[in-house]
Each structure stands twice: as structure tokens, then as C-alpha cells.
Design a protein around this ligand. Sequence first.
Ligand code: ATP
Ligand code: HMH
Length: 270
Amino acid sequence: MKKPNIALTIAGTDPTGGAGIMADLKSFHASGVYGMAVATSIVSQNSLGVQDVYHLPIEVLESQLNSVFEDESPQAIKTGMIASEEMMKMIKPYILQSNVPYVIDPVMVAKSGDALMDDEGKQKLIETLLPIATVVTPNIPEAEDITGFNIETVDDINRAGAFFINEVGSEGVVIKGGHLEGDAIDYLFTNKGVTTWNSERFDTKHTHGTGCTFSAVITAELAKGHTIEEAVNTAKRFISLAIQHTPEIGKGRGPVNHFAYQKIEGLDYE
Ligand SMILES: Nc1ncnc2c1ncn2[C@@H]1O[C@H](COP(=O)(O)OP(=O)(O)OP(=O)(O)O)[C@@H](O)[C@H]1O
Ligand SMILES: Cc1ncc(CO)c(N)n1
């Protein structure tokens, strides 16, 4: 059997399996990539919201990172919820040393509206990790927080894309239109220009963890050696099918279907 490509996620948890490292592992697996996961914060959350957040001590983060990197290095890395500057600084040298594609989902607020990062953390993300990202995947409110201006029109989105590439120094940014009205349009900006993906908006409340899933699939595709454009293309198809075929789990805003893409595309990995 061929050795699989490996993707690593460094993020918060969701005991109900819809978001965070649990969603990332499912998405890696459904993309045919071997998944590894380092936890930053333990989040008591479910489809109804966030009940409690416990940030792990910095030594616990370091110890997990050492366990991963002294053994087998991943071919791509993703970070999600990172609550403090201390954690960002701890993670950065591991990313730089591994020298593989690095995806940042700049998680700030859960779909329920609960905050997962404080204001200082947002500023520090811009200084420490965003400049070394291969791809950043903000939703509109996250892009507004990072750029410091309101995003309402396509002109605003173009301005935000330019900000990430030219001012922050990220290689690519996907500004996700999930929070706007109308079709779900995503905009990828790189130094080659802009590419857009358009999907119909599915009328469902079950969109818990869509951002985690989308960025995890981009990471998995980059781990396989695909280009940024190819990776976003696959991730868009993956998340659209996952939202279209939600499993109806939970009393509130439930998770998406992480296995719809694999099933519908008829994929059979080695
Ligand atoms: N109702 C929907 N129908 C179709 N696509 C959607 C819908 N909602 C979101 N998307 C798509 O899902 C992906 C994730 O975008 P979204 O804006 O929901 O991320 P997010 O807010 O970061 O998610 P979360 O914070 O819950 O993890 C994008 O490709 C977006 O266009
Ligand atoms: C741990 C975690 N990361 C990200 C999100 C955003 O969906 C969430 N709800 N929980």
C-alpha cells in the first residue's frame, strides 16, 4: 500500500464533532489524506452554541507539537482557533521549519456568535502568522476585523484581497461569501489575480463548522501537491455537497456532511 500524504491541524476542539480538529480530521480522511491533530483549546460546544472554553497551557501545546514533529512531518499544515499571542509564537517556528504549505483559518467567532479569540489575538495574528500563510480563509466578518474596514460590495472584497496580499504578505487569501446575501461566492486572491467560485446558497441552518471543513480540504489538497487554485476548487465542491446533504444532527445549527463528497464522487482511496 502506498504511504499516504499527511496533513496536520492545530486548532480548538468540538466534542460534538462538527467543527475544530474533529471536523478537520474527518475532512482530511474524506480527502484521502492521513490526518494529525494538535489541540490548542478545549471548547465545550454543540449545535446550540459555545458553553465553555478552556485554553490549554502553553507547555501542553509545545509537548504535542514535539510529539508530532520528532516523528513524522506533515506535507501541509492548517491552523484554526489560536487564542493567544503566546500560542502563535510557539507554533510559528514549527511551521517555518517544516517548510510546507500552510493554511490559516483565522477563527474569531463561532457561527453561534460566541467569541473564540480576543481583540489582542486578532492583531497578533496579523503580525505573527498571516505573513507566512500560503492561504488564509477569512469569512467576511473576519476579513473586516483584519483589514479594519467594512466589506459590503465586490469593490470592498477586492480591496480586502489586495490588503492581504500586499500589506499583510500572505501568498493567497480566499474571502468567503457565506455571510452575504445571494449565491455563496468565494474570491481567491494571489499575485496572479482573482478567481471566483459561485455556488447556489442552500437553504439550511446546518452550517456549523463550514469554515473548518473548507480550509481543511484546501490543506489536504495542498498536502497532495495540488496548486492553490486546484485546492480551492476541490474544497468548494466538497463544502457545497457537505452543506447540501447535511446529516440533521443536533437541536440547533448542526454539522455538515463530511462524507458527501467522497460518496457522490465515488472516490475510493488506497
Ligand atoms: N448556505 C450555504 N450554501 C452554500 N454554500 C455555503 C453556505 N454557507 C456557506 N457556504 C460556503 O461554505 C464555505 C464556508 O464559508 P462560511 O462563510 O460559512 O465560513 P465560516 O463562517 O468561516 O464558517 P464557520 O465559522 O462556521 O466554521 C464557503 O465556501 C461558503 O461560500
Ligand atoms: C474549535 C472551533 N474552531 C472553529 C469554529 C468555527 O466554526 C468553532 N465553532 N470551533
